[in-house]
Ligand binder design. Structure first.
Ligand SMILES: [Zn+2]
Ligand SMILES: [Zn+2]
Length: 289
């Protein structure tokens, strides 16, 4: 069965820099479905660059409401609508997602109303269904099964890892989390584990550059995982392929792919990919590795 994962935006955190990577979003094509996981800035362009026809937008999952995961959700759906979207879109997100969407619609009321009248478009308000979720089974339709696990990302309490399964294939996204051993059970034997990762050597330089020093560093250490810890989860879970994603830092010229590989190899000997924007992982690769 064919399918692929594309890491559309691979950096952790909301900042963007000249020529640098975009905040977090992913495309998962599984069982013939087009699935978007997170809607950080750049998600719309990332999807079109990955060859997705925006009219085919179908399922969107938001892991938590930090802006690097949700800022462009409205922009994505609205752009798909102006591209001719005429079929329903389901948006799964934590508590607060409906509020975000309602606020977006309010902010764009002028444009939405005028395009319906002037261009004869269907009402975007009727095309989109927001489904707020907590832990457990989120949806089961046409052989696709999606479940969620609350992870450890203080001070955000509604932050969820997601597991997608179809036809014997499984892909798990850690979302943002500190080292969280229950994730190993949740990701058990997955074909691909997409885990967030931080590199110790880069954190101090990142904090110095960003300018709010100690508080930012405390947040990073309390609520994110080091690459070595992501590797440990992958090993405990017995996954086939580990993809490091949501990289912190992702745009430090002093840190390259070799540094990430070196760190994760302390705990993980299996198939490994370090994400970058637009990187494709085919399921065949994941299985062969
Ligand atoms: Zn994040
Ligand atoms: Zn976050």
């Amino acid at each position: 069965m064919s399918g692929r994962l594309v890491t559309l935006g691979s950096k952790g955190g909301p900042a963007i820099r000249p020529g640098g990577p975009w905040p977090t979003s992913s495309l998962l094509e599984l069982g013939g479905r087009v699935i978007v996981v997170d809607g950080g800035l750049g998600v719309t362009h990332g999807l079109t660059d990955a060859g997705v026809n925006l009219k085919a937008l179908d399922l969107v999952f938001i892991t938590h409401l930090h802006s690097d995961h949700v800022l462009e959700l409205g922009g994505l759906i609205h752009t798909a609508w102006t591209a001719g979207l005429a079929t329903p879109v389901q948006v799964f997100g934590p508590a607060g997602t409906q509020d975000y969407w309602d606020g977006f619609l309010r902010s764009m009321k002028f444009d939405i109303d005028i395009r319906i009248v002037d261009e004869g478009r269907p009402d975007i308000r009727e095309l989109v269904k927001v489904r707020e979720f907590s832990e457990g089974l989120l949806c089961e339709e046409e052989g696709l099964r999606v479940s969620a696990l609350r992870v450890d990302h203080p001070p955000v309490t509604n932050c969820f890892a997601l597991r997608f399964e179809h036809g014997g294939r499984s892909v798990v996204f850690s979302s943002d989390t500190a080292y969280f051993p229950p994730l190993a059970d949740f990701a058990r034997s997955a074909d691909i584990l997409v885990h967030e990762a931080m590199l110790e050597a880069g954190v101090d330089r990142l904090v110095a550059r960003t300018g709010n020093g100690t508080r930012l560093k405390e947040h990073l250490l309390a609520s994110h995982s080091f690459a070595q810890q992501a590797g440990r989860i992958a090993r405990q879970a017995g996954v086939r392929h580990l993809v490091l994603h949501h990289l912190i830092p992702a745009d430090d010229p002093a840190i390259g792919e070799a540094d990430w590989v070196e760190a994760v190899r302390e705990s993980w000997a299996g198939a490994l990919t370090i994400a970058r924007d637009g990187l494709v992982v085919e399921f065949a690769d994941a299985v062969a590795a």
